[in-house]
Design a protein. Structure first.
Length: 185
């Protein structure tokens, strides 16, 4: 849980910068135990989906939210094989993509992303920055700067904004992230 943030301020700031309305469809990829859903619901967002590999993480979040989570769309899936059944106005990923170290997995992720986000929709992806850790939770990762991430996503996505963030883990260590915001062409 080194990724854990009680207040996901960098994500919330970038979501606010998109200007989307509270009835926009949002998906949080890899958001199982994240507090982002709590904050989105508190801000009045009403069409939120959470996709995660871990049914246990989603169950814990459902339990934490109680009745507030009744309208959340809970999706247990691997983003690299997931077939979206609806279009989203905003895709949020804080630290899922950087675990995909194989090109085929990244291509599959981008395929799901492209199918899921409507043209004109927004994409926010946070990864470890080039000077961030080389491993997370004992697993290898891929570090990105905003231009490398834009190149990885390809021409269907236009880089709009990026910012660095020094995340202090629950254990007190600093991890350097970069957050990038894109528009789907």
């Amino acid at each position: 849980m080194s990724w854990f943030e009680e207040n996901p301020a960098p994500s919330l700031d970038l979501i606010a910068a998109t200007g989307i309305s509270t009835d926009a469809a949002i998906i949080d990829v890899g958001g199982g135990a994240s507090r982002l859903v709590d904050r989105l619901l508190a801000q009045g967002f009403c069409r939120v989906a959470i996709l995660d590999l871990s049914a246990k993480a989603l169950e814990e979040t459902k339990k934490r939210l109680g009745r507030r989570g009744d309208d959340v769309d809970w999706i247990v899936a691997d983003v690299t094989t997931w077939e979206p059944s609806s279009a989203y106005d905003l895709w949020h990923d804080r630290a899922a993509l950087h675990f995909l170290t194989e090109p085929a997995d990244r291509d599959a992720y981008i395929g799901s992303l492209t199918k899921a986000v409507r043209p004109g929709g927004h994409v926010i992806i946070a990864t470890f920055a080039p000077d961030g850790p080389e491993r997370c939770s004992g697993l290898p990762i891929v570090r990105y700067d905003p231009d490398e991430l834009a190149s990885t996503l390809g021409p269907a996505f236009k880089l709009v904004d990026s910012k660095r963030h020094d995340h202090v883990t629950p254990g007190g260590n600093t991890q350097r992230f970069q957050f990038s915001r894109f528009l789907r062409n």
